[in-house]
Design a protein around this ligand. Sequence first.
Ligand code: C5P
Length: 316
Amino acid sequence: MNRLRNAECGFSESWAAGEHVKSEFKNETEMEPEMTNENEKAGKGYQSTNDERLNASSNPHSAFRNPLVVALDVDSPDQALLLVERLRGVAGMLKVGKQLFTAAGPEIVRKIIAMGEHVFLDLKFHDIPNTVAKAGVEAARLGVSVFNVHAMGGSKMMRAVNEAVTETAEHERIARPLILGVTVLTSHTQDSLTEIGIDRKLDDEVVILARLCEAAGLDGVVASPLEIAPVRSAVEDSGFVILTPGVRPAGASLDDQSRVTTPAEAIRAGANFLVIGRPITAESDPAAAARKILEEINQAENRLSGSSGIKKSREE
Ligand code: C5P
C-alpha cells in the first residue's frame, strides 16, 4: 500500500507516464507566478498556515513543482540558506543530509520549510524499530516532505516507522511525509557485501530489499541509476517512488560519480525524483543551472528514445 499514487502527485502522474514535459514545463511563464508568490510570502516572513498544512495532508504531494531535488551538501546554515534563497521557486525539493543536519540541526529544516520549500531529510535511519519509528515521527513533525530509512533495518523496523508516522500524521493532522527505503548503498561492492556476510549477488539483494520496502508499506526507494529499471520491474505498484542520485546533465563534470544518467535518461528509466547537487550548487547562478536541467529534461525526452540510460564513467 503506497501513499503516492500517481493521481495524488501533482507532477507524478504525468512524469511517471513520461509526459511531464507537456504538462509541467510548458514554458517559463508558468513557473514565474509561483516563484513570485512564494518570494513575496517569504519576504513577509512566510510560515505555513494550519490550513495549508491540512491541505497538504489531504493531498501531500500536489505541491511538488517538479522532480528536481537539489542536494544542499554544505557545512553551514548560512551557506545552505543562501542556496535556498537562490533556488527558491525553482527546485522541486531540497535535500538536507547528514553533513548539514549535523552542522545546523533541525532549525535549518524549519527555516527552509518556512521559506516555502519542500525538504527531503536524508538521514537514512537504521536502528531498532521503536527508535526509528520515533525518529520518523519527529521528521514528520518537523514538516519534511520525504525522509528515508535503511531497508536493511528489516521489515519490522519499516512497518513500525510507517505505522507510527501514518498514525501521528492522522492524529496531529499534519502531512505524512513519503518514507523511502535505502537498499544497498552504492558504495558497496560484491566484495564488501561478502565482508559483512551477504553472499547474494548485489543486484539481487537490491531487488529483494526493494520488494521488502514495498511489502512493509514504504512509499518507495532510493535507487542508483543502474537500479531504476530492475526495481521498477520488481515492484508491483506503479506508484512506487524511485528517487535517484548519480544524475548529471549532458556535458557536466562527473565529479566523483562513476556511473551516471542524464536527467532525461533517469526519468525514462522510471525515476520519479532526481537528486542533483554540485552541477547546480557549484555554479555561480544555481537557479539558472537548475532551470537548464529542467529544460534538458524537457528537450531530451524525445531525443533519447532507445537509450539504455546508463553511461559509463569517462575515466573507465
Ligand atoms: O553533487 P552530487 O550531484 O554528486 O550529489 C548527489 C547527492 O546524492 C549527494 O548528497 C550524495 O551523498 C547523494 N547520493 C549519491 N549516491 C548515492 C546515494 C546518495 O550521490 N548512491
